[in-house]
Write a protein that binds this ligand. Structure first.
Ligand SMILES: [Zn+2]
Length: 241
């Protein structure tokens, strides 16, 4: 039997991480002042963030965990306190360095292939969630208005944010696409490095698929991703060699 077991401490760390990533993202989009000036509205704003990004983050991690358990490994989500604090600080400056934690895998006999499959499971889960949000955007559209998103104008229309209105499912589509694309960057310790190490053809195939979807959903993501790819590759080389 392969079942998802969660320790009590692990559940607490998951809840803190999911709340933190949603809160940090809210700050990155709305600005620090919005929490102070519109506290009630900001709490309401947390809901669509939790449903679209909080879920995207934690289901991604649980996909790694489930596949790792399937391969007979021990897997546990660990919150990364420094990463979580760093994420909250960067969000105040309008960008998100989303690293509140990750699933740690323990096993003496995990092959490169198994590690690659465990790693690709996370981004695949984000693509599935993206498809789910895409369908919801047409069948059950949800649009919410927030005063503090007004200053963004139509700059982030591709994210579903336009003149203070948040198209919740469109936002979920863009954010889960970004989660998948960011994690597929082939730099340690990101998922992409393990997929690339297992089979570079599968990595290239996955990237072409993601870039194709990005061109359809919101083309500027492709350029941002390419720039981020270069930055992360340079930093990864500097830090991990
Ligand atoms: Zn991952």
């Amino acid at each position: 039997m392969y079942k998802l077991y969660l320790e009590k401490q692990e559940v607490i760390e998951i809840i803190i991480s999911v709340l933190a990533i949603s809160f940090a993202l809210g700050i990155a989009f709305a600005g620090v002042g919005s929490v102070l000036n519109y506290p009630k509205e900001f709490i309401i704003f947390m809901m669509p963030l939790l449903v679209t990004v909080g879920s995207g983050f934690i289901l991604h991690e649980m996909a790694h965990k489930l596949v790792a358990i399937y391969y007979g490994a021990k897997a546990r989500f660990r919150m990364w306190t420094q990463g979580l604090i760093f994420m909250l600080i960067t969000s105040a400056f309008g960008f998100l360095f989303a690293a509140p934690g990750a699933v740690y895998i323990q096993s003496a006999h995990i092959t490169k292939k198994q590690n690659g499959i465990i790693s690709i499971a996370g981004p695949v889960l984000n693509l599935v969630l993206m498809g789910f949000f895409f369908i919801l955007a047409f069948t059950f559209p949800v649009i919410q208005h927030f005063t503090f998103l007004g200053h963004l104008g139509t700059k982030l229309a591709g994210f579903g944010i336009s003149n203070g209105a948040l198209n919740v499912w469109q936002f979920g589509v863009a954010m889960n696409l970004i989660l998948a694309m960011f994690n597929m960057i082939p730099a340690f310790p990101l998922d992409g490095s393990k997929v690339y190490g297992w089979n570079r053809f599968i990595w290239v195939g996955a990237i072409l698929c993601l870039l194709g979807i990005a061109l359809l959903v919101y083309p500027p993501i492709v350029l941002s991703w390419a720039i981020l790819l270069l930055i992360v590759l340079v930093f990864s080389k500097l830090i991990f060699g």
